[in-house]
Structure formats: C-alpha cells, structure tokens
Design a protein around this ligand. Sequence first.
Ligand SMILES: [Mg+2]
Length: 234
Amino acid sequence: MSAFRYLLFDLDETLLNFGEASRNAFQLFFEQYLSHQGLNPQTLYAHYHDANMMVWEMFEQGQMSIDELKVKRFEWMYLHAGLSIPYDQLDEQSHYYLDALIQSSQMIRGAKEIIESLAADYHLNVITNGIYFVQHARLDKLKLKPYFQNLFISEEIGHSKPSPQFFDHVLKTLVGAQTNEILVIGDSLKADIKGALQSGLKACWFNPGGITNETDITPHFEIKTWEEFHKILQ
Ligand SMILES: [Mg+2]
C-alpha cells in the first residue's frame, strides 16, 4: 500500500457524471416549463450551461452566494436566449431542476468500483463545491455515503475550493493525518489541484478528456481513467 492513507475526492466530473445528469435534468425542466413555446432545447441548454459555468466561477471567487447562484443561472439563460424572464417562477424552476438533477444522478465509469475497492484500506472523503442538500441527496441516491468518512461541502463550510480556508477546515477535521498521507483527486486544475498545492498536499488530476494543461498548476499525478488510479497508490 502507498504512503497515502487519506483520499480526498472531488465529486462532479470526478466521481459523478455531472454533465450527463445535468443534460437529463435540463431535458425534464424543458419539458415541464418550455416545450410548448417551440424553442430548441439544445440551444437553451447551451445558454444554461454557459450561465452555470459563469455563476460557479463567480461563486468560487466569492462574488456570489449559493442562493443567488441557484436562480441567476436560469435568469441569465432566459436573458441570453432573448426570452422574457419569469421572475416569479425562478425559485420554483430552480427547485424543479435540482430535484431532476438528483433523480438523474450517475457515476463516472469505473468510479463506483474504485471506491468500493479502496474503502477497506483507505480513509475516503469527499471535497466538493456544491449545494449542501443536493450533494447529500445525490450521494444517497447512488448509495455512496457509507464509503466516506467525511463529506466536505463548500456550502456548509462557508468557503469553497481552492481557498486555503476550505482546506484548513478539512485538515483540522482529519485529526492525526500527516499532510504527506493525504492525496487530493479532482478534475479541476483551478479548484482541486490548485487548492491542494496551496495547502501543501499532493494532488492527482483526473483528466479523462486528455486536456492539455496550459496553466502553471502542476499536479503530482494525472490519470485518464479510474483503472489507472491503483498504480498511483502502489
Ligand atoms: Mg469537479
């Protein structure tokens, strides 16, 4: 077994297939609220996706709260699609989408197997920038919670990755853990890998798309599939 004993996994696009779940959820949202208007769901989804990326980036930079984020992404979708914004319905629509997202939860290929195979020998934890009740509900839906010792969720902590405060909270909670025993695994260079490096932790970049790293953030390890992860732990 490796020197690592504590594994900190990001959730979205690392263990959970957010892209697929989000497209499914949006389709349900579209059928519920917009299908009668003769709009193209793919075009609207592209607007939603862009707005969602933007609000999360603002959230990670401390420029937006989670409550604003939930609603703003729909408001901006309507705005960018040139539609009138149904302000009185945005809360309800946001809830509908989040429920659909929970119901659409699914994992990245190989992720369930890796978590199952490591749970007996390692201290597994989740580190996620996400909405508290949504992340809990998705882990419940996928029956993943029993594998994890801690769920570190930005909304609950009050800080998000990559901020040092987020990782300070994690390190304080992992009583007795030495920093060289901890490995952070995530798909985001800016949130997961940068956050780990800033806090003196080793980091593994989950890069299934084989994206070229054009940042100055250099992970210690990189994997394209979960099957490769065992090699890092040897
Ligand atoms: Mg992620």
